[in-house]
Design a protein around this ligand. Structure first.
Ligand code: SF4
Ligand code: SF4
Length: 70
């Protein structure tokens, strides 16, 4: 009998563009390379790779990024 595949957790990442100062701390802390810089703004380049660790959320000094489980 096939073993049921564990349901994959999915996340939503909100970026508050008015608060982000483009320091790239979140990019540096993300262990799975979800985030990238686009000029002075962080962008989500690979949402599927997000494991929900919230390091980006916790390390941002400007409260400009938040991660939610969907
Ligand atoms: S750590 Fe915060 S302020 Fe810095 S790039 Fe990331 S979201 Fe923007
Ligand atoms: S929650 Fe973790 S894996 Fe997802 S973007 Fe933030 S640092 Fe990267």
């Amino acid at each position: 009998m096939a073993v049921a595949e564990k349901e994959k957790r999915t996340f939503r990442i909100d970026i508050y563009e008015n608060l982000c100062k483009g320091c790239s701390i979140c990019v540096d802390y993300c262990p799975t390379n979800v985030l990238a810089m686009d000029g002075n703004l962080v962008i989500v380049k690979d949402l599927d790779a997000c494991n929900g660790c919230q390091l980006c959320d916790n390390r941002c000094p400007d409260f400009a990024i938040q991660v939610f489980e969907e």
